[in-house]
Design a protein around this ligand. Structure first.
Ligand code: A3P
Length: 340
């Protein structure tokens, strides 16, 4: 990525981030036109993401974090793999549906998984695994049809992505996303946020946190909503009527599943089922030592719409409403539901 496409934050902003996010020891840089925030070593990977070879049978699950990615990955993977619930319950979702840019999120001070490093070095003996892409290799080598997860905005993905394969984008109302992301960032080793919710809202409203900002991500997706290879789902719609949304997916993915098969997919991916299998979603190494000690390994956490009302005081609501204005026209156009 050329230098003009990488923007640094000010020294003061970096210091503040490092103070509240113990996992962000190197701070963050803003990448590309959407100013997507990732740790500085991500610059070593941006060209690889931009040139990643997707193929026709791939399905990309592209989301802003905490919008229902994991749920949708599990749905799409089972639909594309002939309802192979046996493999799904045995093999971690991270392996079945790799996270394209996890090398960028993985902090340099945390060791990479040994099995991934060994596998990477067997193919690239002269490369440094930290900058070569051990997670990227997982995505490259995943069984076809591949279901690939990414939180990257469109501008950091290949320009011809939608001409190559199908992309499912999941959106969720930003208040619930903010609450969910606060919990997530507090428990994950890659972020280790140590502030409280009002502190997190301050970072959110300044658009300064890992994988932010929200609106730019949404806007890039919304602009593409008419494309034949692109489907936008809403988390709230999935909560409200999963059968209807699975039918939409079935038509979009051309999976030709019967109503009974869709019912089985819905059953396998209910919140309670996924919660009980959640150890196959995120390995223990993903969580900070504090989160493990406090038993807060909850990637699949609450799974409701409207939980934000328990977090937003009138003061936070005022701040948030100001931030909402940054969404511009998209706020008016996107039919977010805050309660169902
Ligand atoms: P909460 O934190 O509000 O509970 P992502 O996978 O994009 O990180 O999104 C995580 C959010 O989706 C979490 O929201 C999580 O609980 C919720 N989720 C995960 N599996 C779900 C399911 N099967 N049904 C409903 N919500 C689910």
């Amino acid at each position: 990525m050329s230098e003009e496409n990488v923007k640094s934050l000010t020294e003061e902003e970096q210091q503040k981030l490092k103070l509240y996010f113990l996992g962000l020891r190197q701070g963050l840089v803003a990448l590309g036109p959407s100013e997507h925030l990732l740790p500085p070593h991500s610059v070593a990977f941006t060209k690889k993401y931009h040139e990643f070879r997707f193929c026709e049978s791939d399905v990309v699950i592209a989301t802003f974090p905490r919008s229902g990615t994991t749920w949708t990955q599990e749905i799409v993977w089972t639909m594309k793999n002939g309802l192979d619930f046996e493999t799904a319950s045995k093999v971690s979702l991270n392996i079945r549906s790799p996270f394209l840019e996890f090398d960028s999120l993985h902090p340099l001070h945390i060791d990479l998984r040994e099995d991934l490093v060994t596998s990477f070095l067997s193919r690239h003996p002269n490369e440094d695994p930290r900058f070569g892409g051990v997670c990227l290799q997982l995505a490259e080598l995943a069984h076809t049809p591949r279901t690939i997860k990414t939180h990257l905005p469109f501008s950091l993905l290949p320009a011809d992505l939608l001409e190559t394969c199908k992309v499912v984008y999941v959106a969720r109302n930003p208040r619930d996303v903010c609450v969910s992301l606060y919990h997530h960032m507090s428990t994950l080793a890659i972020a280790e946020f140590i502030g409280d919710f009002p502190d997190f809202v301050n970072f959110w409203c300044c658009d300064q946190y890992l994988m932010g900002p929200f609106w730019n991500h949404l806007k890039e997706a919304w602009e593409r909503r008419q494309h034949r290879n692109f489907l936008i789902l809403f988390y709230e719609d999935m909560k409200e009527n999963i059968t209807r949304e699975l039918k939409r997916l079935n038509a979009f993915l051309e999976t030709g599943l019967s109503e009974d098969q869709l019912r089985q997919v819905a059953e396998y991916t209910t919140f309670s089922q996924m919660k009980s299998r959640s150890q196959t979603v995120s390995p223990i190494s993903t969580y900070s030592a504090r989160a493990i000690k406090e038993m807060r390994r909850d990637h699949v956490r609450k799974g409701t719409t409207g939980n934000w009302v328990n977090y937003f005081t009138p003061e936070l609501e005022t701040k948030f409403q100001l931030w909402m204005k940054k969404g511009g026209e998209v706020v008016k156009e996107i039919p977010f539901k805050y309660q169902i």
